[in-house]
Design a protein around this ligand. Structure first.
Ligand code: FAD
Length: 390
């Protein structure tokens, strides 16, 4: 029996296949080469320089829609997709958000629900990073309760005309295609709307103190006319958007552990170096307790993500299990990052170190893709049979 690595207490690494390790290592290299040197600056400026080039680099490595089959997608396993999310988010939650929204929300929606022509039109370009997608569900007055959305699509001749407002839409201002969910006479339906269509306007949301290295936008749709082929033919109601959210939430279960790992590593390095009262901070019992508690939750979170991944690959992952993973792992990752922040003292609030950036990012991750409260209610309903959403 060999001693576990300090940041892999359960030797999970031993359980990954060679292919899984290769995916993880190639994503790590891309992050180290293209993003790590710039991420602190992008975050501070609230702007990702060269987001289109970055999307192409991610596409070249097969990371966009990577768990989808066909149409130029890489067709990788759920565990490989999860490991990629982990490495991306170990760099920054904004980077993982770019990939999640592209692959799990916009591309998945088109892959699963659009007609054949729309799939062929968008998916290969999106897989290559040459077209960027966004996913418009949330509205100013309807967040956790998207079923009450106001955005409407009406038939006019053979076309559809969309009117409404979406907000907090990741990639909105850089997107070439927006998946828009709207109410019709026949229930909620999805549409693949080219963002160049007349009446479509995206405005970047400024002044975020979280996820600053990610584009977030408000979308206004004012008489946006699209042909019937752009509507998703067979899905009605919240089932459509929820099927996509399930994919992204699964990725977040892994991704959050990446942010946690970066903070854990930063805290371990820092406390081993920094001396107070004549000894390294890491030599004090109170510090070791924090480090150990962080690491225990990290190990458990990773094990949970891995378990969900194996179930997903076996085709037996239930959405309530994804809720459990998203709820636990984002909550625990945020606690790990906040504890790391205390261990760095004043440097813990400086953007010279990655810790406050990760902690602030996870505040957004805690809210999007279903808040802790929503996932608690999902599990509460499963346990009691009693829905408590309203
Ligand atoms: P609200 O729904 O108003 O909730 C506020 C608080 O009330 C929360 O704590 C919530 O849990 C709680 N609450 C609500 N209902 C209940 C209840 N029944 N019982 C108990 N508590 C309740 N959306 C998209 O469609 N596409 C995107 O790409 C996207 N990207 C995002 C990026 C960022 C950076 C952020 C911050 C958000 C993004 N969102 C996106 C929106 C996100 O999904 C919503 O913010 C989220 O669903 C919560 O909605 P809300 O902000 O309106 O909060």
């Amino acid at each position: 029996v060999h001693q576990p690595h300090p940041l892999d207490l359960l030797n999970l690494d031993d359980h990954l296949t060679e292919g899984e390790r290769a995916v993880r290592d190639s994503v790590r290299r891309l992050c180290d080469d293209l993003v790590e040197p710039h991420i602190a600056e992008w975050y501070e400026n609230g702007q990702v320089a060269g987001v289109r080039e970055l999307a192409v680099a991610l596409g070249d490595l097969g990371l966009l829609g990577m768990h989808l089959e066909g149409y130029g997608c890489a067709g990788m396993s759920a565990v490989e997709y999860g490991l990629a999310c982990l490495e991306l988010e170990a760099t920054d939650s904004g980077l993982r958000s770019l990939v999640s929204v592209q692959g799990s929300l916009a591309m998945y929606a088109i892959w699963k629900w659009a007609n054949e022509e729309t799939k062929r039109r968008w998916l290969p370009r999106m897989a290559g990073g040459h077209a960027i997608g966004c996913f418009g569900l949330t509205e100013p007055d309807h967040g956790s309760d998207p079923g009450s959305m106001r955005t409407r699509a009406r038939r006019q001749g053979g076309d559809w005309v969309l009117d409404g407002t979406k907000t907090w839409i990741t990639n909105g201002s850089v997107a070439d295609v927006a998946v828009i969910w709207a109410v019709t006479d026949d229930g909620i339906r999805g549409f693949a709307v080219p963002t160049g269509t007349r009446g479509f306007c995206a405005t970047e949301i400024k002044h975020k103190a979280s996820l600053r290295a990610s584009v977030t936008s408000a979308l206004a749709l004012d008489g946006v006319r699209v042909p019937d082929e752009f509507a998703f033919p067979d899905v009605r109601g919240l089932k459509g958007p929820l099927s996509c959210l399930n994919e992204a939430r699964y990725g977040i279960t892994w991704g959050a552990m990446g942010a946690a790992r970066s903070c854990l590593r930063a805290a371990l390095d820092y406390t081993c170096q920094r001396e107070q009262f004549g000894r390294p901070l890491a030599a004090f019992q109170l510090t070791q307790r924090k480090l150990v508690e962080m690491n225990v939750e990290y190990a458990k979170g990773l094990l949970l993500a891995w378990h969900l991944g194996r179930r997903k690959d076996a085709g037996v992952l239930a959405s309530a299990q994804v809720s459990l993973g998203k709820l636990n792992n984002v909550r625990e990752a945020l606690k790990i990052c906040r504890t790391a922040r205390t261990l760095l003292g004043a440097n813990g609030v400086s953007l010279e170190y990655p810790v406050i950036r990760h902690a602030s990012n996870l505040e957004s991750v805690l809210t999007y893709e279903g808040t802790v409260e929503m996932h608690t209610l999902v599990l509460g309903q499963l346990m009691t049979g009693m829905p408590a959403f309203r």
